[in-house]
Ligand binder design. Structure first.
Ligand code: UD1
Length: 385
């Protein structure tokens, strides 16, 4: 019998695990060979708005085990997850550990499983930015090297894995679980009151143009010079269209440290009248999805948002030199602008002068169809001992 431990740790993990749990439950309700599973939250993200809110909105069951590791340096955080997760594995004796994405919790739990000879399943394997200064790239390369089953979201991942010597039989092209979650919640997100609350929707239901921004990569915000340079571009863009900026805790810490507060407006009062960068707290999934779906432009350095905007048909300008998700550029709406001020301004201006696409009016990458988790669970049942 297969006994799975499913791992989540940080915000982008939650929307990936939710459809997998749904698909396992659906399988178990009609199968004589149910998949037994436990959900472990490492506690890498712990704020109400970075964690619990997502469990509630996405209907993820309360974790069976919460390791409560919290923040720390990369070494401290990774080490703490390793120490605590090993105890769980020794006690629970899973046959398989399933990890998603590329955060510190992903590699930490995979490493524990590998030393205990527990099979490792990696969902969202094979993505490569080829930038080893990025902590997630190290997490991806190492997790894939020790995984036994690698579920991939786009075809570039297979090429990357084969080049690194991963056997073809271990690779399964099943699609994108993050998109499963997006398609499931799109209608519900339409009912979110956030646009009205922020003063972006008038009485007739029309939406004002705005740009949605997220920025939290250490390479963009931890260095003052680089952060100021990107901010210079944002200030220019905000002269044309108001920017809404849900601020990640890491970025908020840097804004304070570098004394950049004067460049931002706190809250969204006056958004219809004065173009500026409007800071708000991190948002829940449904509110964020609603804002993304109606944005004139999304500016981001996140990985997942490049994928979500592609499916929504909303133009995305990515403030990074590279992407591990090239299909969002070739088949989607993503523009890689880099981090130079002039290039960011140019990319945004080009999008703002063109019309935007809408949901359903353009093809999406193969297998980003809302059924990725079902395909993963079908494979899991085939491999079950
Ligand atoms: C992590 C992931 C990144 C992902 C991001 C999404 C790694 C290496 N990085 O980065 O891939 O895109 O999550 O959010 O795993 N903090 C809080 N409350 C929280 C969580 C964090 O205040 O609930 C603050 C702490 O000051 C912490 C800092 O944010 O030190 C950074 O958090 P951390 O989990 O180390 O990395 P992220 O930047 O969130």
């Amino acid at each position: 019998m297969m006994k799975l431990v499913l791992v989540v740790g940080a915000r982008p993990n939650f929307m990936k695990i939710a459809p997998i749990i749904d698909a396992i439950k659906a399988h178990n309700s009609s199968s004589e060979r149910p998949l037994q599973y436990l959900l472990v939250h490492t506690g890498q993200h712990y704020d109400e708005k970075m964690s619990k809110l997502f469990f509630d909105e996405l209907g993820i069951p309360k974790p069976d085990i919460d390791l409560g590791v919290g923040s720390g340096s990369h070494a401290e955080q990774t080490a703490e997850v390793i120490k605590r997760f090993e105890k769980v594995c020794v006690r629970e004796k899973p046959t398989h550990v399933l990890v998603v994405g590329d955060v510190n919790s992903t590699i930490a739990c995979a490493l524990v499983a590998s030393k205990l000879n527990i099979k490792i399943i990696h969902v969202e394997a094979g993505l490569r930015s080829f930038d080893r200064t990025m902590p997630e790239e190290i997490n991806r390369v190492l997790t894939d090297a020790i995984s036994d089953y690698l579920f991939i979201t786009e075809q570039s991942a297979e090429k990357n894995l084969l080049k690194e010597g991963v056997a073809k039989e271990k690779i399964f092209f099943t699609g994108n679980v993050m998109i499963d979650t997006l398609l499931k919640h799109l209608q519900k997100a339409e009912k979110s009151p956030i646009l009205g609350q922020m003063g972006l929707r008038n009485g007739a239901g029309e939406c004002a143009p705005y740009c949605l921004l997220t920025l939290h990569r250490p390479s963009n915000v931890d260095n003052e010079q680089i952060f100021r340079n990107i901010l210079g571009a944002l200030v220019e863009i905000a002269k044309q269209v108001p920017i809404i900026f849900p601020v990640h805790p890491r970025t908020m810490n840097r804004i304070r440290e570098f004394k950049l507060e004067e460049h931002f407006v706190q809250g969204t009062a006056g958004i219809g009248r004065t173009p500026a960068i409007y800071c708000v707290e991190p948002l829940g999934y449904l509110d964020f999805l609603s804002l993304m779906s109606h944005a004139r432009l999304v500016l981001t350095d996140s990985g997942g948002i490049q994928e979500e905007t592609t499916v929504l048909g909303i133009p995305c300008v990515t403030v990074r030199e590279n992407t591990e998700r090239p299909v969002t550029v070739t088949d989607g709406t993503n523009h890689l602008a880099g981090t130079r001020k002039s290039e960011i301004i140019k990319a945004a201006a080009s999008v703002l002068s063109n019309g935007s696409h809408r949901v359903g009016q353009r093809p999406v990458p193969p297998l980003w169809d809302g059924k990725a988790a079902q395909r993963i669970v079908a494979e899991l049942t085939r491999m079950a001992p």
